[in-house]
Write a protein that binds this ligand. Structure first.
Ligand code: HEM
Length: 458
């Protein structure tokens, strides 16, 4: 067999000494793409096949029977479905001491009792199995690492075997990350099956809250008007209702971002130590804070856009004209109310400041930005400025509500308006945070975070 030659120029050059032979079992999409990339990287590629006489698969690659192919190389990629692994059992002798790379994936989680790679190892105990490359698709192998993710994960029990695989990955232009022993294989096999895992809960919360508030406000505002006054104001669904649902969901989700941190602090205070694990629900809640925050930023952004178009609504223009004409007709004037002006300007200004900080929080949570921040800078922005954002947005909503909670006419069908409901959670979070930053509590928390334990030093 001869080494691959990419251009006629190189045909004359003898094969470089590092032109190693690599074997690929399996001639499916992935096997072929892998073979192609290996050839391009300068390896000699031998395909192991049940029918070695089948026509040449890839120009420059060799096709041998399984046993002969296995004997020809140290490194063997197993690009075969798990159900067919048992063809390897009779090859135990030829596979002794070889490095087998299990690149397989499953169709769903928990399809088999043990990881494919562990199953492979149990079938061929004499070989060294390395799990890896399973996060790469045939597509990304063919398109090269420029388009696709360069990172591949590997795991295995033999350090030497992993080094062999890593060297090949490097030559293919990939960067392999060693994840540890073969027992991690299951995690690696589940990895490609995940679909935006950290977004799932935040998305559900966003959809759930939006739907709940949409129907609540639909009944309270639009159906109420229809039932009590026979008035059809259903057109309000499009802008007015949306411009209530969006900021309400945004504010609640922003407070959901900061609630777990506050709860965790209280838990540490209560336990008097930082060395006990948080309950699982708190852990997973804390892990999706970034997604919660980014989604709530999206909702805030929609609120700002909806607010910007308020002046060009037909509804508003109609009423302004109507009001002006009626003033003229009745020869009336209205007086300027400074309090109303203060209130309006204040809540708008707080909204704008809150939104500005909100965007800053969103930007600094992007990996390319957060990677260049030190931990101290990151936590300053995400914690201090984060709570300030929550404070500004909550104050914006309180000022918007002003003293209307005092008038009974606002409680249609004995229900409070949406902005009142959405103020509950942020107010609780801010109050708890206020408690936490009082000097004596803060001192205890800081000591606990530094490793001090209650009762340990007595
Ligand atoms: C309500 C403006 C940012 C939360 C309002 C209203 C306006 C407004 C005009 C009254 C809407 C109406 O009467 O239909 C602004 C501007 C902002 C801003 C100009 C920034 C540029 C924010 C942010 C939040 C927020 C970042 C936080 C999530 C709310 C809430 C309401 C509200 C909860 C009450 C909604 C309701 O009517 O039930 N804002 N806002 N706003 N805003 Fe903002």
């Amino acid at each position: 067999s001869e080494c691959v030659s990419l251009s006629p120029m190189r045909e004359a050059v003898p094969a470089p000494p590092e032109c190693e032979r690599v074997c690929v079992f399996g001639t499916g999409d992935l096997g072929l793409s892998l073979g192609l990339r290996l050839l391009q990287a300068g390896y000699r590629v031998v395909f192991g096949s049940r029918r070695p006489r089948s026509s040449l698969l890839l120009h420059g690659a060799q096709v041998l029977g399984h046993a002969a192919a296995a004997q020809s190389a140290l490194l063997i990629f197993i690009a075969v479905q798990r159900e067919h692994y048992d063809f390897l059992v009779p090859l135990a002798n030829q596979l002794k001491g070889k490095v087998l790379v299990d690149v397989s994936n499953n169709l769903r989680k928990n399809q088999y009792p043990e990881a494919n790679a562990e199953y492979l190892q149990s079938l061929v105990p004499g070989a060294e199995v390395v799990k890896g490359f399973n996060t790469l698709s045939a597509w990304s192998l063919q398109n090269g690492p420029i388009d696709a993710n360069r990172q591949v994960y590997i795991c295995g029990d033999s350090v030497e075997a992993k080094q062999v695989v890593m060297a090949v990955a490097t030559k293919l232009g990939l960067s392999a990350l060693d994840q540890g022993s073969l027992s991690v294989a299951r995690e690696l096999e589940d990895f490609p099956l995940q679909l935006f895992p950290q977004w799932r809960l935040p998305l559900r919360i966003a959809i759930g809250l939006s739907a709940a508030f949409f129907f609540y406000l639909l009944i309270r505002d639009i159906m109420y008007a229809y039932v009590t006054q026979g008035e059809d104001i259903s057109f309000r669904i499009m802008v007015s209702l949306a411009n209530q649902v969006c900021p309400i969901v945004s504010l609640i989700m922003l407070s959901l971002c900061y609630l777990p941190g506050v709860l965790a602090s209280f838990l540490q205070l209560y336990r008097g130590t930082k060395y006990r694990r948080f309950p699982n629900w708190l852990d997973s809640w804390m892990l999706c804070r970034k997604q919660l925050g980014l989604l709530s930023l999206g909702f805030a952004f929609l609120h700002v856009l909806y607010t910007l178009i308020l002046p060009i609504r037909y509804y508003l223009m109609f009423w302004v004209t109507e009001h002006t004409v009626s003033l003229i007709r009745e020869n009336r004037t209205t007086t300027f109310d400074t309090t109303t002006a203060w209130r309006g300007d204040s809540y708008l200004s707080l909204g704008i400041l809150g939104f500005g900080l909100y965007v800053l929080l969103g930007i600094t949570s992007l990996p390319s930005i957060s990677n260049v921040l030190s931990w101290r800078e990151f936590s300053f922005i995400q914690s201090k400025l984060g709570h300030l954002t929550l404070l500004l947005c909550t104050a914006h909503t309180y000022l918007y509500g002003w003293n209307r909670f005092l008038s009974s006419s606002i409680y249609k069908w004995y229900t409070p308006p949406g902005y009142m409901l959405c103020l509950v959670l942020p107010s609780v979070v801010l109050l708890l945070k206020l408690l936490l930053i009082t000097p004596c509590v803060d001192r205890t928390i800081t000591r606990i975070r530094q490793g001090w334990e209650r009762g340990a030093d007595q």
